[in-house]
Design a protein around this ligand. Structure first.
Ligand SMILES: Cc1cc2nc3c(=O)[nH]c(=O)nc-3n(C[C@H](O)[C@H](O)[C@H](O)COP(=O)(O)OP(=O)(O)OC[C@H]3O[C@@H](n4cnc5c(N)ncnc54)[C@H](O)[C@@H]3O)c2cc1C
Length: 394
């Protein structure tokens, strides 16, 4: 296959090679008839794991803006798989945004190891941050690390880990065992087969079975010094405050894709019904849904492009939180509009709409939650210094 030259076009071409199969798998995976690993095997084989890796290192070289558009393409076909795939990129995406000059020798070696794992070995990463007592917040976590002669020993319990049993490496947040500090959080890479690593059975929620989510336990897990993320300790909280886009909004594209699928479903239903197709009120309801989708899409893509062009700028971060809020509210509103427009056919157990309706609810559960987004935007508008950690819930 000849790849198009623009990074996003090349990535979309790869995605469109698998989206028909991902779409076919959405209901069987949701129903537990097919394992999510079937879909992730397609992602692995497609070459999309290297989406964020620079082209000169063998990757697709996407920035956050084009990544969000890629994720929307995947999310329209299969939202749960797009959300799982996003966790791979949340885990490693920031590595390729960092300025190489600021990394230092060990940071560069770490980044080269990740590149080899992803490009050379097609290995998948996951992000294990959330905990039972603190949710997605970084402050107050109970997972700890102790320094050992050649690295670290980790102990802890992570409550929700997407790609459990699918990913090869898990990027785990932990704080030093010998202090009570809230602020010194670091990221470490733990292998699926490392000693002391285990997973619970899969989380059974009302939707998103395709994320393959489970609890993760670390019991005296030893890891090498070279598995400290970017070879820097204690910077995770400060990083998320300055550059919240991966944690707060990495998955925007997935929910945008789900929103597109909802509008497409409702539109097709009206289009296929000759009587309704020519009824003004139905035409206008389709129009209203399309307008809402276009508005939230414009904000989402603008925020994602702002990250690519002006990362870490206060106005960019404000837009990121605004987009997260707006998309979450709009996706849920579109889902209920689709149900009321389409009627009982939307709730048929063997149709996609009842699944889409369940899936979009999760946008308000995943960080940053709606109230946190409004809090961020409100504080920014009122002149607060949003680079001050104490102004954040993280
Ligand atoms: C399908 C799915 C996949 C997920 N995948 C991942 C993943 O791959 N990686 C990952 O890290 N996470 C993942 N998550 C977790 C997600 O990001 C949230 O952390 C999680 O859903 C918690 O949300 P909640 O509304 O249940 O809890 P929250 O309301 O966030 O609360 C969780 C805990 O924190 C406490 N708490 C609430 N507010 C505060 C506060 N202000 N200060 C201190 N404590 C407080 C609560 O009492 C509660 O015990 C996933 C979640 C789902 C549902």
């Amino acid at each position: 296959m000849t790849l198009a030259t623009r990074p996003l076009d090349a990535a979309l071409e790869l995605a469109r090679g698998i989206t028909p199969q991902l779409a076919e798998l959405a209901d069987p995976i949701d129903l537990g008839i097919e394992p999510a690993s079937t879909a992730y095997a397609l992602i692995r084989e497609s070459g999309l794991l290297a989406a964020m890796i620079p082209q000169h290192c063998g990757g697709l070289g996407l920035d956050f803006g084009s990544y969000t558009e890629l994720l929307a393409e995947l999310g329209a076909a299969n939202g749960a798989i797009a959300l799982g795939f996003n966790m791979h990129n949340v885990a490693i995406g920031s590595l390729f945004e960092a300025d190489a000059d600021a990394l230092g020798e060990n940071g560069i070696a770490f980044r080269e190891w990740v590149i080899d794992q992803v490009v050379g070995q097609r290995r998948m990463f996951a992000s294990a941050a959330s905990e039972p007592a603190t949710g997605a917040r970084l402050r107050g976590i109970s997972t700890t690390y102790e320094r050992a002669p050649h690295g670290y020993i980790l102990n802890g319990h992570k409550s929700f880990v997407s790609l459990a049993g699918v990913a090869d490496h898990y990027v785990v947040t932990a704080r030093p065992a010998d202090t009570d500090t809230d602020f010194e959080v670091s990221h470490f890479v733990v292998g699926a087969d490392d000693p002391g690593v285990s997973f619970s059975s899969e989380w059974r929620g009302t939707a998103l079975r395709g994320t393959s989510t489970a609890q993760m336990f670390l019991e005296d897990t030893p890891i090498g010094q070279d598995r400290l993320f970017l070879a820097v300790e204690g910077m995770s909280l400060f990083k998320v405050v300055r550059e919240p886009h991966w944690m707060a909004a990495g998955y925007l594209g997935a929910y945008l894709g789900l929103s597109r699928a909802i509008v497409a479903f409702a539109t097709a239903h009206v289009a296929n019904d000759e009587r309704r197709r020519s009824k003004d009120t139905d035409v206008q309801r389709v129009g209203a849904m399309a307008v809402s989708l276009q508005a939230t899409q414009a904000l989402t893509v603008a925020a994602a492009r702002a990250v690519a062009e002006n990362r870490s700028d206060p106005s960019t971060n404000e837009m990121v939180y605004a987009a997260k809020y707006h998309l979450g509210e709009t996706a849920q509103s579109l889902a209920s509009q689709a149900v009321s427009l389409v009627g009982s056919a939307a709730m048929a157990a063997d149709g996609p709409m009842q699944r889409l309706l369940r899936e979009v609810q999760f946008c308000s559960i995943m960080p940053a939650k709606p109230a946190e987004c409004l809090d961020y935007v409100g504080r920014t508008q009122l002149g607060a210094n949003m680079f001050d950690v104490s102004n954040h819930g993280w």
